[in-house]
Design a protein around this ligand. Structure first.
Ligand SMILES: Cc1cc2nc3c(=O)[nH]c(=O)nc-3n(C[C@H](O)[C@H](O)[C@H](O)COP(=O)(O)O)c2cc1C
Ligand code: SF4
Ligand code: SF4
Length: 436
């Protein structure tokens, strides 16, 4: 059986599945239920500075996007950091950590961007016996209006400064949680590294308005007729998160910087993809909020079963394995040729592939043969774009088949060449002409 125990910047947990800082980790009751269900660790719901507790709205704080089967695809929230008393949280963190010593206990923090504020809270957290801290530079709503969260995470110089303050003050590992609400994720990651961060975690939520009520024209979730942008998460944000994780993993300036992957992770497969792109472990929020804590059982057994089937013995056999395969467009092999192929036995003749290709792609799928509905790819027109595969309602009914080297590409009339060749050496590339 594969060993999925995790050592993330020296923080050990029995598996790589941590709950992200959010309502599931808001109090001892939840966290203990999570540990009983099998979660390897938690990042406690973000604590703020001492003083009157944070005030949340009293109306709806969530909005959502669903698939046609009502499955939740994206969740939007306007919740702030913890609205519970700081000392109550600290007491509970200490108690839970003492009861569950083998689980990772990370404490998420967000205080004003002032040295003293950070330096005051760190000893209090250290005293709980927590394994590490996560600096929340990501929250896109509410707290950012007060100069915290994403307001810090969008300015690399602030990230570096606050990270350095924390590293100077605490013995605990410092994980810097990044906001995706920035044009190039490499800059905040580099700043975290420059400040001495032990790791980065990403992504926090994506700034968003999830829907508008067309009766009273209020953005949702609507609070007395008004709405505010919130933070978007869940399966819909996974592609954004994967790309950002990969960008940091392959950036020469941050290569080797440990990454805790977050964003839309719902299944073991999602988690394995994050690991493959360089995440040292993963964090989950929306999936737990949608399906409950026991979802981790399938994540654990699925990851173990997959690793066994592939002969991967530990997580190190998986982590970062896909990173070298992420490249820039200009290095993709232009001699790799594919054509779509429709399995006539499984095709239900719905016509979606035909209309997609006919109206918006390359007119490469028939819809009639001898007066009957018949869907077949015309190789002379097919550019291999994969659109039909993505719109077909029957899984694996359309497959993309590679045209082997030596065979004619019916569309171009040219023989497919085995040799790898990319845009940088293509005769149509104007920069080659300019260089000659
Ligand atoms: C209701 C809600 C509250 C959240 N609160 C926090 C928070 O206090 N601190 C934090 O760092 N992230 C917070 N997050 C963001 C999550 O930790 C996580 O980064 C994000 O939801 C993406 O993961 P997911 O797609 O698995 O949900 C919150 C998310 C939700 C849905
Ligand atoms: S791969 Fe693209 S071009 Fe080819 S049949 Fe499908 S949609 Fe048309
Ligand atoms: S979309 Fe799929 S099922 Fe529908 S006609 Fe095309 S191949 Fe057949």
């Amino acid at each position: 059986m594969a060993d999925i125990s995790n050592n993330f910047v020296g923080i050990k947990s029995p598996n790589p599945f941590w709950l992200a800082s959010a309502p599931p980790t808001d109090k001892a009751y939840n966290v203990e239920r999570a540990f009983k269900a099998g979660w390897g660790g938690v990042v406690w719901k973000t604590l703020g500075e001492e003083g009157p507790p944070i005030v949340n709205v009293n109306g709806p704080r969530y909005g959502a996007i669903w698939g046609a089967d009502r499955r939740l695809l994206g969740l939007n929230n306007i919740e702030l950091i913890t609205d519970r008393d700081l000392h109550l949280n600290l007491r509970e963190i200490k108690e839970v950590k003492a009861k569950w010593p083998d689980r990772a206990m990370i404490v998420s923090l967000m205080v004003p961007c002032e040295e003293q504020a950070w330096k005051s809270i760190l000893p209090l957290v250290e005293e709980t016996g927590a394994d590490g801290i996560e600096l929340n530079f990501g929250c896109p709503h509410g707290m950012s209006e007060r100069g915290m969260g994403a307001a810090v995470g969008q300015v690399p110089e602030y990230i570096e400064m606050v990270t350095r303050w924390c590293k100077q003050t605490t013995r605990m590992p410092v994980i810097v949680k990044l906001t995706p609400n920035i044009s190039d994720i490499r800059y905040p990651a580099r700043a975290a590294k420059a400040g001495g961060a032990d790791a980065v975690s990403l992504i926090n939520t994506v700034s968003s308005i999830v829907s508008v009520n067309l009766d009273d024209f209020s953005p949702e979730p609507s609070i007395d007729g008004k709405g505010s942008h919130g933070g978007y998460c869940g399966p819909a944000v996974k592609p954004i998160a994967l790309n950002m994780v990969a960008e940091i993993g392959r950036d020469e300036e941050t290569v080797g910087l440990p990454i805790s992957g977050i964003g839309g992770i719902t299944t073991w497969r999602d988690a394995a993809e994050f690991l493959a792109l360089g995440a040292g472990n993963v964090q989950v929020c929306t999936a737990a909020m949608t399906y409950g804590f026991k979802i981790v059982e399938e994540m654990i057994s699925g990851l173990e079963a997959w690793m066994d089937s592939k002969g991967h013995r530990t997580l190190d056999d998986v982590i970062g394995r896909a990173t070298p395969n992420v490249t820039d467009w200009q290095y993709l092999n232009l001699n790799y040729v594919t054509k779509a192929k429709i399995n006539q036995d499984t095709c239900i003749k719905c016509g979606r592939c035909h209309i997609a290709c006919e109206d918006t792609s390359h007119q490469a799928i028939t819809n009639m043969l001898n007066g009957e509905r018949h869907f077949e790819v015309i190789d002379e027109e097919c550019v291999g774009c994969n659109l039909c595969v993505n719109v077909c309602p029957v899984e694996s009914c359309i497959t993309m088949e590679q045209v082997p080297a030596g065979q004619m590409d019916a569309r171009t009339g040219k023989k497919v060449v085995k040799k790898y060749s990319n845009w940088t050496e293509h005769p149509n590339n104007p920069s080659i002409v300019a260089a000659e």
